[in-house]
Design a protein around this ligand. Structure first.
Ligand code: SAM
Length: 277
């Protein structure tokens, strides 16, 4: 690590999502040299630290105690200690605790420094084969109630790639609900046990994956990546305004007609007419 830690720094340290080889040398150095490691499950993090021969003191920071623990951590940082936040797997704050602590550290005027590394959302996105930018990450699919149906409504209209965490037990139900909501023909990917022994990436339409997982419930940890909804066709007024802008920019009519029909779904004769108007 090239820069020594400033007193009072909180490091946000990513740890592996399965394969222990995915921890960075910088992460190990921070965990070795800081005064305190804040972990969700201290026993689980102890295994990771022991594996690397690290004996740094551990304290628990989880959803239920974050409000209580945060002021104490701030006091210690203000006293000049350096701390690291880790979660059970992957990157803290990504569907894991830490939001409140990071906000409090910023409000106290102390440094927060990332030590980036594994996160299931990005690992799944980059092997999905679906466009990676832009994408929206929704965290865990809500189990029930209004939040669950609001997510379905949101996904129905989203024109770019979406990523969700889901439990293996609920995966088939969730995919089936998406088929019922009318997006069964959209492409999707179920990425399971990434970086682990039984890693599997299954691609298909939502309908195909729903059918498959209804009879083959997945084991282990799962990320679902959903392709965007087809772009809504523009009305004639919007197409005409696009055509005018492109002609004003000096594009030839042939290119304007091509863009209108191929990129915006305009019928060919309408595209031709608007491009030459
Ligand atoms: N903070 C973590 C991260 O950066 O990915 C995520 C923590 S969240 C509590 C746990 C969820 O992440 C799992 O239920 C699963 O959806 C996803 N996940 C974590 N590890 C995974 C893996 N190896 N393969 C697939 N999904 C994984």
């Amino acid at each position: 690590m090239n820069t020594p830690a400033l007193p009072g720094t909180l490091y946000i340290v990513s740890t592996p999502i399965g394969n222990l080889g995915d921890i960075s040398t910088r992460a190990l150095e921070v965990l070795r040299t800081c005064g305190l490691v804040l972990a969700e499950d201290t026993r689980q993090t102890r295994v990771l630290l022991s594996h690397a021969g690290i004996k740094t003191a551990l304290a628990s920071l989880r959803e239920h105690n974050e409000a209580r623990v945060t002021p104490r951590v701030i006091e210690r940082l203000q006293g000049g200690e350096v701390a690291a936040l880790v979660s059970d797997a992957g990157t803290p704050l990504i569907s894991d605790p830490g939001d409140r602590l990071v906000r409090a550290v910023i409000d106290a005027g102390l440094p927060v420094v990332p030590i980036p590394g594994a996160s299931a959302v990005l690992a799944a996105l980059v092997v999905s084969g679906l466009p990676a930018v832009p994408f929206t990450f929704f965290g865990f699919v809500p189990r029930k109630g209004r939040e669950r149906s609001e997510l379905v409504e949101h996904l129905a209209g989203i024109e770019h790639t979406a990523v969700c965490y889901e439990s293996p037990e609920r995966l088939a139900d969730t995919l089936t609900a998406w088929v019922e909501a009318g997006f069964g023909e959209r492409p999707a990917v179920v990425a399971r046990e990434l970086t682990k022994r039984f890693e599997e990436v299954r691609r298909g339409t939502v309908r195909e994956l729903a059918a498959y997982h209804s009879t083959n419930p997945p084991r282990g940890e799962v990320v679902v990546v959903l392709g965007g909804a087809p772009a809504k066709a523009l009305d004639e007024e919007a197409l005409e305004s696009l055509a005018r802008t492109w002609r004003d920019e000096g594009l030839p009519a042939r290119e304007v007609a091509r863009r209108l029909s191929e990129e915006h779904g305009a019928p060919r004769n309408l595209a031709y007419k608007l491009a030459h108007r």
